[in-house]
Ligand binder design. Structure first.
Ligand SMILES: Cc1ncc(COP(=O)(O)O)c(C=O)c1O
Length: 364
């Protein structure tokens, strides 16, 4: 027997891992600088690691108290009710929960192109259809309500990624409000703020105080450095918040993920250092890389390098792993995650050597 027809489903293409690349190249993983998955170069909050150790023996029990504690803590942080906080395995899990809650078969979603692949994947798993709105490189991937509305045709869910992956552009809060005002009453605008901590924009969570057609995604994977734990959440409108109980996978977030997230939320020093480093590094990359870059509000920078596949491969041979953006439909671009100060300097120097060599035909 076969699974259902999955021909319209494309597999997610993650950035390559250090161990995988080290094995391929016969190198020590410690010699590599991985800047391909927008992870936190400072690692996890040390308090989160301590919390995992302290609660390790508790993993034989389903997570109830920790789930409730984290939900309470996030509700307090965002000034929303606990029902409005939907914990999930990563922000990806929240995308699935929103698909489950919103989509009837054949309902359509509207997503940015280029953009984060999982919105479309999740909609298709849930028998939905996908339409796209363009973000144009010649306007620096500028995000406006008008740009989204030019492609809008009554879709059930409209995704806005702010800061946008892979370009780093943002949609301002007034533009998000204008978009939600202009879309139909049965359209949910989902603002994905996976990289929100690195930006200067106010979160779209504030819009939920007086409207029921906006939801916001946040994650502990980036600024909090907990990508390996898979913990994120959605903040949803109060009006239909009780849908969570009907759509979530039981015990949506693990015991250790909840404990670590609680500890990370209280570790201001770690998150502030992480944000400060990302802001420094994105400026440094823009100033020092010998390639055109796009202004970024995230912990990564998109750069125009000619043939992205060749550049990413050559950089990898020199020990720097970056993201070839061909899978985003941008074959001339690479995305470079921000590293530590030392790692970023080293990576930019290596990339500049690679770009210079390619210009001279050395790696051709
Ligand atoms: C724009 C965007 N949204 C959501 C996610 C998912 O993050 P996670 O599932 O790790 O919370 C990512 C991950 O890279 C992302 O780039």
């Amino acid at each position: 027997m076969d699974p259902r027809d999955l021909s319209s489903h494309s597999p997610y293409v993650p950035g390559r891992g250090v161990e995988e690349v080290a094995r391929d190249l016969g190198l020590d993983p410690d010699e590599l600088i991985k800047l391909s998955s927008n992870e936190n170069p400072h690692g996890a909050s040390p308090d989160a690691v301590d919390a995992i150790r302290a609660h390790a023996a508790g993993i034989s029990v389903y997570p109830k108290a920790s789930h409730a504690d984290l939900t309470d803590r996030l509700a307090e942080k965002w000034d929303v009710t606990t029902d409005q906080v939907w914990l999930s395995p990563g922000a990806d899990g929240s995308i699935d929960y929103l698909s489950r809650a919103m989509l009837e078969p054949d309902d359509r979603i509207l997503v940015p192109d280029p953009g984060f692949a999982y919105y479309a994947m999740s909609a298709r798993y849930h028998h939905g259809e996908v339409a796209t709105y363009p973000l144009a490189r010649d306007s620096d991937f500028d995000q406006t309500a008008e740009g989204v509305l030019s492609a809008y045709d009554g879709e059930r869910v409209v995704y806005v990624t702010s800061p946008h992956n892979p370009s780093g552009s943002v949609m301002s809060l007034p533009e998000v409000r204008a978009l939600a005002d202009a879309t139909g009453p049965e359209t949910l605008v989902v603002v994905d703020e996976a990289y929100g901590e690195f930006a200067d924009e106010e979160s779209a969570v504030s819009l939920l105080a007086d409207r029921d057609d906006v939801a916001v995604l946040r994650t502990f994977s980036k600024a909090y450095g907990l990508a390996g734990l898979r913990i994120g959440y959605a903040i949803v409108p109060e009006a239909w918040a009780d849908a969570y109980a009907r759509v979530n996978t039981p015990f949506a977030a693990s015991e250790l993920a909840c404990r670590a997230a609680l500890a990370a939320l209280d570790d201001d020093e770690h998150v502030e250092t992480s944000i400060e480093t990302a802001r420094w590094a994105r400026e440094y990359i823009a100033a020092e890389l010998d390639a055109d870059t796009y202004e970024s509000a995230g912990n990564f920078v998109l750069a125009e390098v000619g043939d992205a596949g060749t550049v990413a491969e050559a950089a990898q041979r020199e020990g720097v792993i970056i993201r070839d953006c061909t899978s985003f439909g941008l074959p001339s671009c690479v995305r470079i995650s921000t590293g530590t100060r030392e790692g970023t300097r080293e990576a930019v120097a290596t990339l500049n050597d690679v770009l210079a060599d390619l210009e001279l035909g050395v790696h051709a």
